[in-house]
Design a protein around this ligand. Structure first.
Ligand SMILES: *[C@@H]1O[C@H](CO)[C@@H](O)[C@H](O)[C@H]1NC(C)=O
Ligand SMILES: *[C@@H]1O[C@H](CO)[C@@H](O)[C@H](O)[C@H]1NC(C)=O
Length: 117
């Protein structure tokens, strides 16, 4: 079982300006794996911060996509679809597609199958 303390360390680490881009990238990935919707506000603030490394923002978007309770993050991802950077736009598109696929019957079955392993 994931400890609350560990989870809070992830959240603090990703918010710290002194953390390296690589570390933040890993932290964003972990938050996506934990799939806790309480990580969404932090991921959103990373995504909105244009001074963050593009790699970190990319991972934050992917993590938001992975947290499927992330319905509320779709409007903000859609906002970023207008990003002038094509590779950034494609990341948002794949995150949205993933959230929307998770909501379909096929996506739900796939998730069930994954959880059995
Ligand atoms: C945005 O990211 C930069 C670089 O990590 C950080 O120094 C700054 O505090 C962040 N701004 C906000 C509003 O979180
Ligand atoms: C677009 O974003 C990618 C990473 O997301 C970055 O590597 C690339 O340099 C950016 N391109 C421009 C033109 O800013």
């Amino acid at each position: 079982m994931m400890s609350i303390i560990f989870f809070q360390h992830l959240l603090v680490g990703i918010n710290q300006a002194s953390s390296s881009a690589l570390l933040k990238h890993v932290l964003a990935y972990c938050l996506g794996q934990i799939k806790s919707s309480s990580a969404l506000p932090v991921l959103e603030s990373v995504l909105r911060n244009s001074s963050e490394d593009p790699m970190v923002r990319h991972e934050a978007a992917e993590a938001m996509g992975a947290i499927s309770a992330a319905d509320e993050s779709i409007p903000i991802l859609k906002e970023y679809l207008s990003d002038p950077n094509r590779s950034v736009r494609e990341t948002w598109e794949s995150a949205i597609a993933r959230i929307e696929w998770d909501k379909t019957e096929e996506g739900a079955r796939n998730k069930e199958a994954l959880n059995k392993h």
